[in-house]
Every structure is written in C-alpha cells, then in structure tokens.
Design a protein around this ligand. Structure first.
Ligand code: ATP
Length: 365
C-alpha cells in the first residue's frame, strides 16, 4: 500500500473548527468508499485563539510543517475581538499564501437545486462557473498585510498594482488547464480573460500574456471582457460563463458577487494553489456571530475538501482521489436535489452536525 498523503490541518477559530471537522469526516468517508488508505492529518495550532493564549499566531515550526505536507486544509482564522497592537486581525494564513506563492485562487460558483437563487430567470439554475483569482500580486501586492502602501502624512496614500510576467504566465496556463479539465467533464471549457486593458498598461500586459498563451490550447474557446462589463454580465447572463481569470482585486470582488448569486458564504469553496503546495479552505471567515451554536453551513469547507482531493489526485497520480472528490460533489448535488440537505444558513432546519450526518449517509447510499 502506498504511504498516506499528509495534510497539515489548521482548524483555526470560530466556526472554522466545526466546519474543518465536518470536512475531515466527509473526506474520510469518501476515501473509504473508494478503498483508499486514509489521509494522515497533522494538526497545526494557529489563529486568534492561539494568539490570545500564547502571543504567537501559529505554533513554533508550524509554517515549515505546513509547507512540508502534501496540502494544507484550513477552517477559518481570525476573531474581531482579538487583534495585534496595531489594530489588525490575526492572519497567519496570509503569510502562508505569500510564503508558498499560492497564486491560483480557484473559486467555484455553482447553483444547487432547492438552494436560494437570487435571479428570477430560470436559467440561473444552470450557473456553474469558476472564478480564477490571482492571489499573490495585483492590487493586493501593497495591501495592509504586506505593509507596502506609501502613506504620505494625512494627505495621500499610494498603492501599487503589480503584474509580473512569471506569475501571470503560470496563472493563465493554470486557467487553460482548468478549462480543459472542465471540458473533459462535459462542461463548456471556455476561458474568459477579465481585465481593464483599455485603461491600465498593467492590465494590457495581463491580457497580452493571455493572448500569447492561448494558441497553445486550441481546444479552449477564449473570450475577453472588461471587468465592469463582466460585473454587469454576472447579473445579466452568468450561465454563459465557464472559467474567468483575473487580477487579485477584481477576483476578490467578483467572487463575492458570484457567490451571492448561488446562496451565500456557506457554499463558497476555495483552493489556493502554488507550484509546490495548495491551501484549501472555505471562502468565509470564522463567523463569530454564530460560532458555538451548531448553525454554520459546513458545505463550503466540505466542497473545499473535494477540491483538495482533486489537487492531490493530480499531484500524486492516484486517480482514486479524483473519484473520491466526485463522490463528494455528487452527494452534495443529490442531497440538494432530494431536499435532504437543508442548511440553516438558507432559513431551513439543519445545523452543522445534521448536514454532516446526512451527507455521511448520502455517501453510504
Ligand atoms: P472574514 O473577514 O474573515 O472574511 P467576516 O466576519 O467578514 O470574516 P464571515 O465570517 O465570512 O465574514 O461571515 C460573514 C457572515 O456570513 C457571518 O457573520 C455569518 O453570519 C455568515 N456566514 C459565514 N459563513 C457561514 C457559514 N458557513 N454558515 C452560515 N453562515 C455563515
């Protein structure tokens, strides 16, 4: 039997702890169904709670151990009531993103039956797309976490938007391969480059690199869209989009908009992938308003777990892991279809434990 793949498990704070435990239970069940040996989880303490207890935001050696694992799974980090002396929140995960160069932020957006739909048009039921958000540079290059803003007294603040050829090439290749993978799974496999190339040279550069790379993927249909028009179209005809690749800040905004079209934060899965490792976490935070009440929707974390299995399948060459990922995705789809998954987040009756239990049953069926 091959050696178990190792997962650095950072449960974190608030509902992060509950949804991470739910994801682990579901992953274990899916692996067992396929007949794979279980993943080996290596817990790493980190977050606001840990900071309050110890004065450190991650346990000693935690960053190195996280990087040594085959992947990192994270619940959620940060509590507004616990902050550094300068007022910023505890966020060691942003350092992990930087340290491991996790440039490819993958955010699937999919409508499930019986989950809330914000658009009246019946075609909204067919929304199934991915926002690919560059996650290490762009306008976030100078964000507060990196301390690169230039603050001139109380009069002016300059931010830097950075686009590099090396990261952008990797990002676009990732986008094309993602579109190919989706095509192989019966989806359109189209890739849209979202930018503001008519105004910013940095964005024209982003688009030029996209156009340079496109001929290497003749099977992928491509398109271009300015970000303002893309925002409009995400409300007007989101069902026409498949994969959209964009700069960090644009991705930050449009992925929340897109997530809102298909329910809420409790469905928003996220993968952040670099050359050596990947970090998988729900896109939501620790939600202190509902922590400890068994109200959190664990599906964003669980679907992030499926993204991790897919990633590990490619990384390790064990195709069974991709089957385990599909099992989870199919079980979530069937659970909504049969009205057996009814998260409290959508005004229904099922808390974290009930959703997890029902999904475990669905995975047995
Ligand atoms: P961050 O800044 O870390 O993203 P935040 O406090 O701004 O965190 P979230 O924690 O993502 O935002 O959540 C915003 C609100 O959405 C929460 O207060 C909560 O009410 C709701 N929410 C988020 N995640 C979930 C979930 N998994 N299930 C149910 N409700 C959720």
């Amino acid at each position: 039997m091959s050696e178990s793949l190792r997962i650095a498990l950072i449960r974190g704070d608030g509902i992060g702890i509950d949804v991470a435990d739910a994801a682990v239970a579901i992953i274990d069940r899916a692996m067992e169904r396929i007949g794979l040996s279980p993943l080996a989880y290596e817990p790493i303490l980190a977050g606001a709670g840990y900071f309050a207890d110890t004065g450190k935001d991650i346990e000693p050696g935690g960053e190195i151990r996280a990087g040594d694992a085959d992947a990192i799974f994270l619940g959620a980090i940060g509590l507004p009531s616990i902050r550094h002396a300068d007022g910023t929140e505890i966020s060691p995960h942003l350092r992990l993103r930087d340290r491991f160069g996790l440039y490819a932020g993958v955010r699937p957006v999919k409508a499930y039956p019986n989950a809330p739909q914000r658009l009246a048009d019946p075609r909204a039921a067919a929304i199934d797309m991915v926002i690919l958000r560059e996650s290490t540079e762009g306008l976030f290059y100078s964000a507060a976490a990196h301390g690169r803003s230039r603050i001139i007294g109380d009069e002016e603040v300059h931010e830097t938007l950075r686009i590099t050829r090396s990261t952008t090439e990797k990002l676009h290749h990732f986008g094309f391969r993602l579109a190919q993978k989706r095509k192989a799974r019966g989806k359109p496999g189209r890739l849209t480059c979202v930018d503001k190339a008519n105004v910013f040279p940095a964005m024209a550069f982003f688009r030029r690199i996209f156009d340079e790379i496109a001929p290497a993927y003749p099977d992928v249909e491509t398109g271009h869209q300015y970000v303002d028009a893309q925002a409009l179209n995400l409300i007007r005809n989101p069902w026409d989009y498949d994969v959209m690749v964009m700069e960090n800040m644009f991705g930050d905004i449009l992925s929340d908009l897109a997530g809102g079209l298909v329910g809420g934060m409790g469905m928003a899965a996220c993968a952040e992938i670099g050359d050596e490792t990947g970090l998988f976490q729900p896109a939501h935070g620790s939600a202190p308003d509902i922590m400890g009440q068994d109200k959190a929707n664990p599906l964003a974390a669980i679907l992030s777990g499926a993204l991790m299995l897919d990633y590990l399948a490619e990384k390790s060459g064990q195709t069974g892991l991709a089957e385990a990922a599909s099992l989870i995705e199919d079980a979530v789809q069937a659970g909504f279809q049969q009205n057996r998954l009814r998260p409290m987040e959508f005004g229904s009756d099922m808390g974290t434990i009930a959703v997890t239990r029902e999904l475990l049953t669905l995975l047995k069926d």
